[in-house]
Design a protein. Structure first.
Length: 67
């Protein structure tokens, strides 16, 4: 799932991207990224989502079986 919203207006508007990331086991996390550049906001959201999944996996599971 991918959602894009404008947090501010004008030529220097900040875009907020909200995504849902799912691992191979079906665990889903929601993550956000906010930047003036939509692509960079998307990348930031994806990295944040992957980091959330990894942090949950590291606490109780083997990192080698993530994806």
């Amino acid at each position: 799932e991918y959602r894009l919203e404008a947090l501010t207006g004008g030529s220097d508007a900040v875009a907020e991207v909200i995504i849902k990331v799912e691992d191979k086991d079906g665990n889903i996390v929601s993550a956000r990224g906010a930047r003036e550049d939509i692509v960079m906001a998307s990348v930031e959201a994806m990295i944040n989502g992957i980091n959330k999944i990894l942090s949950k996996k590291v606490k109780g599971y083997s990192v080698t079986s993530l994806f």
